[in-house]
Write a protein that binds this ligand. Structure first.
Ligand SMILES: [Fe+2]
Length: 500
C-alpha cells in the first residue's frame, strides 16, 4: 500500500513539473525573445539629415572663462527642429567611443522661427590629437567629421589669419580652398566676418557655405570650420555698421548681430560695464528680444583671451562707440588688457588681433587710428605681432614702437615712432618692436583704385599689397615663426621670419 502511494505521488509530481515547464516555455520564452539584448546597432553610413541642419557642426573655444584651458573645445550646431541627439567621439581609429552629454537650447532671434542650438563640450582632449566625432539620432548617424584638438606647448603648428571675408566674391571662395589646402591647426579671423549687416540670416548664406561646406569643391568652399578651430574678433560690419555710426541700429535688420548667436568664445574679458554704455537703436521690442537671447555674451564676448600651443592670444574690439566709456581710453578696459598681458609672460608668443588697424598706408580708411593708443601697453606686455583687417589689402609694418602724443586722441593719433629698419625678416630676424600686420584680403572687394604709390607709403610700412585677395599663414616651431602671405592665385607675395 505504501509503495503504491509513493508511485502515485511521484507520478503526480512528474506531471506537475512537466506542466509547469511547458507553461513556462510557452508563456515566458516569447517575452524573453521580445526584450532586446542590447541597443539596436547603429547604421554604419551617415544618413542625410541636411534639411534639419540650420548650421552644420563647427569647432569653437566655448564660453570657458580661463585663458589657459588648453584641453577643451566645443562643437556647436543649429537645427530647425528639436531632436533627441547624442554625441560621441574617439581619439583615434582604434580607441573606444566616448559618449558625452549634448545640451540643447531654443533660440528665438528676432524675425526667425525658433532654432535649436546644440553644444557638445569636449573636455580633457589630449594635446596634438585628431578625433572623429558623430552626432546620432535614434540609431542613425546624422553627422560625422574629423577634427584637430589643441597643440602642446612644444609642438610645431600652423596658424592662418585673414579678415574681411563674408561677402559674395570669387576671391573669398578661392581663399577658402587655399586655406583648406594649407590645413592649419587654428584660424584667426580679425573681423568683418559677414558683410551686409552680419545678421543671423546672412551667416548661413554668406559664411558657413564657404567655410563649412560638406565637401571641398575647388574655388567654391571647403569643410574647414567642422575640423579646425576658428576664432574671431568683431568688425564694424559684424555690428551692422558701415563706418563709425554711433548706435547699433535694429531698424536696418531685426536679426542684427549674428556674431553673438554663432560665435562661442571665452567670457573672460572685462566685466559687463560696456552693456550699460553701448547704444542700441531701432524697434524697442526687437532690442529687448536680442538682449534676452544674448544676455550671457553681449557685449562681453567682444574682448577675451586664450592660449593655443605656445602662444597667448588677446582678442579686442576696436569699434568706436558713441560713449568713450567703452573705447580704449577707458581705464577698466586698459587695466584688463595690461593684466591679461602681464599674466601671459610665460607664453613663448603673444599675439593680439582686432579689426581696425593701428598702422596702415591704405588710403581707404583715413583717420581710423584709434587703436594706436594701446601700442605702449602692447610694448610693455611684450606683444610680438598685432593682426588686423578692415583695409582690404595686405600690409606689414617694420618692427616699431609708438608713443601717442595724446592718449585720449581718436581718429588721427599722431605720436613718436621708433622704427627698426634693420630687421629684414630674412637675415636679420630678431625684431626690435612689434610687427603690425593688416590681413584684410579675405574676400571683400580689394581697393586697387586707390592704392598709394610706393612714395606715398607711410614710413613704417615695409610691405603693401592690394592687387588680389590674400591670407597669412604662419608656421610656428618653438621660438621661430615663419610667416607667408598667399594670394587667391596661390602666389607667395611676402615671407618673413621672427626668431626669439
Ligand atoms: Fe571693416
Amino acid at each position: 500500500m505504501v509503495g503504491y502511494l509513493l508511485v502515485l505521488f511521484y507520478l503526480v509530481l512528474s506531471v506537475a513539473i512537466v506542466v509547469f515547464l511547458s507553461v513556462a516555455i510557452v508563456v515566458l520564452l516569447p517575452r524573453y525573445n521580445a526584450i532586446p539584448q542590447q541597443a539596436p546597432a547603429l547604421q554604419n553610413k551617415v544618413v542625410d539629415f541636411k534639411p534639419y541642419f540650420f548650421v552644420a557642426p563647427y569647432l569653437q573655444l566655448g564660453y570657458r572663462n580661463k585663458p589657459n584651458d588648453n584641453s577643451s573645445l566645443s562643437i556647436i550646431w543649429f537645427m530647425t527642429n528639436k531632436f533627441e541627439l547624442s554625441f560621441r567621439y574617439k581619439i583615434n581609429s582604434n580607441s573606444n567611443w566616448h559618449l558625452i552629454d549634448v545640451s540643447a537650447i531654443e533660440i528665438n532671434a528676432p524675425g526667425h522661427t525658433p532654432k535649436y542650438e546644440y553644444t557638445a563640450s569636449l573636455r580633457k582632449l589630449p594635446n596634438d590629437c585628431t578625433f572623429t566625432y558623430q552626432i546620432i539620432e535614434g540609431n542613425s548617424i546624422i553627422f560625422e567629421a574629423k577634427a584637430k584638438g589643441h597643440k602642446g606647448i612644444n609642438s610645431p603648428y600652423k596658424l592662418v589669419v585673414f579678415g574681411d571675408l563674408g561677402s559674395f566674391s570669387e576671391g573669398k571662395s578661392q581663399i577658402a580652398s587655399l586655406v583648406h589646402e594649407e590645413n592649419p591647426d587654428i584660424i584667426v579671423m580679425p573681423g568683418d566676418i559677414v558683410y551686409g549687416g552680419g545678421t543671423v540670416a546672412q551667416y548661413p548664406e554668406r559664411f558657413f557655405p564657404f567655410y563649412n561646406s560638406d565637401n571641398a569643391v575647388l574655388n567654391i568652399g571647403a569643410p574647414i570650420m567642422r575640423s579646425i578651430l576658428a576664432v574671431s574678433s568683431v568688425g564694424n560690419h559684424d555690428l551692422g555698421k558701415r563706418g563709425n555710426e554711433d548706435a547699433i541700429d535694429f531698424s536696418k535688420h531685426p536679426d542684427l548681430l549674428g556674431y553673438f548667436y554663432f560665435w562661442k568664445q571665452p567670457l573672460n574679458g572685462p566685466d559687463n560695464h560696456r552693456a550699460t554704455h553701448i547704444v542700441l537703436d531701432g524697434d524697442l521690442s526687437t532690442q529687448e528680444q536680442f538682449l534676452k537671447e544674448t544676455a550671457h555674451c553681449f557685449p562681453r564676448m567682444t574682448n577675451f583671451s586664450f592660449d593655443f600651443g605656445n602662444a597667448h592670444w588677446t582678442i579686442l574690439d576696436s569699434n568706436l562707440y558713441s560713449n568713450w566709456n567703452v573705447d580704449w581710453h577707458n581705464s577698466i578696459l586698459r587695466e584688463w588688457l595690461e593684466n591679461d598681458l602681464a599674466n601671459a609672460q610665460n607664453a613663448t608668443w603673444r599675439f593680439v588681433a582686432f579689426h581696425h588697424p593701428s598702422f596702415y598706408s591704405d588710403l581707404n580708411h583715413p583717420n581710423e587710428e584709434n587703436m594706436r593708443v594701446l601700442s605702449p601697453i602692447f610694448e610693455s606686455g611684450n606683444v610680438d605681432i598685432v593682426f588686423s583687417g578692415h583695409a582690404h589689402c595686405y600690409e606689414r609694418s617694420f618692427p616699431l614702437k609708438f608713443k601717442p602724443d595724446n592718449e585720449l586722441a581718436t581718429a588721427s593719433v599722431p605720436g613718436k615712432f621708433i622704427i627698426d629698419k634693420n630687421y629684414d625678416g630674412n637675415t636679420q630676424i630678431k625684431p626690435k618692436g612689434i610687427i603690425y600686420i593688416v590681413t584684410g584680403g579675405g574676400g571683400a572687394k580689394t581697393y586697387p583704385e586707390s592704392a598709394p604709390t610706393t612714395d606715398q607709403w607711410q614710413p613704417f610700412t615695409c610691405k603693401y599689397f592690394v592687387d588680389d585677395h590674400s591670407f597669412t599663414a604662419c608656421n610656428i616651431n618653438n621660438r621661430r615663426l615663419t610667416a607667408r602671405q598667399i594670394t587667391a592665385a596661390g602666389i607667395e607675395i611676402d615671407r618673413f621670419v621672427i626668431e626669439k
